[in-house]
Design a protein around this ligand. Sequence first.
Ligand code: F6P
Length: 550
Amino acid sequence: MSISEFDIYTDGACSGNPGPGGWAAVITGDEQVREISGFEERTTNQRMELKAAVEALRVVPPGSRVRLFSDSAYLVNCFNQGWIERWQKNGWLTGKGQPVENQDLWHELLELSRINPVEWIKVKGHSTDRLNQRCDHLARGAITNSSKSETPAKKEGTEGAEEPVRQDREIITGNETKPSALKSGGGKSGVRRLGLLTGGGDCPGLNAVIRAVVKGATYNYNIEVVGFNSGFRGLVENDADLIDDFAVSGILNRGGTILGTSNRDNPFDYRPGGSSDYRETDNDRSGDAVDNLKKWDIEGLVVIGGDGSLLLAHRFCKLGVPIIGIPKTIDNDLPATDITFGFDSAVTTATDAIDKVHTTAESHHRIMVVEVMGRNAGWIALQAGMAGGGDIILIPEVPFEYQFIVDKIMERNRRGKKFSIIVVAEGAYPAGGEPMYQAKGNVKRLGGISSLIAREMENRTDMESRATVLGHLQRGGSPTSYDRVLATRFGVKAVELFREKKYNEMVCLKGNNIESVPLEEAVAGTKRVDPSSEQVRAALAVGTSFGCPI
Ligand code: F6P
């Protein structure tokens, strides 16, 4: 089985689960990637099972092939027997004219199954084959362990009251807090040391956060910082240096990362030289990574990264490495923080580009299609599209229809607006279609949708249409003041967590406060644009089209 193929097993309540519940196990090859389990009172098994399926599908990397096994006819038949299409046609009413239950979850499942094509497989129960039995055993074990260690949350002052006692849980097998694999209390000199690395794609603000960690640690607590070069590669290869405050002087406004980064090097599946070939290897170098941390007398590791790097960081937690995560990505798609740094800078670059493209669109009476990054989330397109006055914004969360876009352009023409700007996220796709990838060896990269749209527009409207792909321009250059400040606040908070030995947490922004959340929350799924959100409604209210009726 290749890395991009996943099996998901789901079920509703099972033995040991005290209420209407759901569980799911995500398996790739012979390895269980993730286990999800939870229950709620006063709901239904069906709903909990759908929830478990949603959570499980969120774990799977975009573009993977998924087989979802379930003994629930409700879940499987809805997809395999065309119930969903019927509901859609009926305005989400059942054959009996009743509103379909659990619509929110069906919508999510639909969306997720577009990102990763799902084969829905009905099974007879969980004793039919070896894999099923194993999965059943694991899931039941997780539920039993968790009910031993948790008592239902009681709200103060509500004992005996009607308030429903709610207990949502997500259990990730093997994530118990382990004794630290590293020495606590500092290096040979008695001074505490933290390790630092930047992983994944670069983004504006990385240097600002490195500076904040180093200055925050050295100035306030005399903590030493060891920087690993080129992301996790430096950790495996022991390519590292002590960084002092002098080394981080003058980098606040610089793009990129002085440490270097990589989105190719996975210590658990390591390809020497950072090869971009994603085929699985059996080269697990995580042990070397841990040994290198020990060699440096490092007590805890600060990982600055997006979802991929934080997932790796989470795997190191399971090996007993004390971790502190700092969220970065231009995509803004991490669920546990309101904003990631890098996003504001990318949006500023994209907005500037849209402003510039406007000039040509207007002068030449053209349709200009601007493609922005963001992977399978539409945050950059939405934000920059609104800020740049895009007439049509296309995001992955709202599959578009070509005719609807054409109608909008024609309506503008009738009102004397002889040009239109379309802002499209790289992960957007037409209804019934799928996101566009450009294959390079075994690597699939999102991209190319803007050219397709421009071609379609030219064919359907007779207006000259051009595509502009902003690409890595959005990741480069100096961070905005917003990102510099956010990165600084994140870096300082990470040092505070290290000082307090509050490990396996990720710093985050909630409202205007810098807080922290358990790392496992940070890696649970993807934050995507809600098409019914106030922001989308505001865009609609000023006449922006999302390429289909919403
Ligand atoms: O996650 C950040 C991001 O820039 C995405 O928006 C984009 O799809 C991807 O990285 C591109 O990655 P790479 O630089 O490896 O091509």
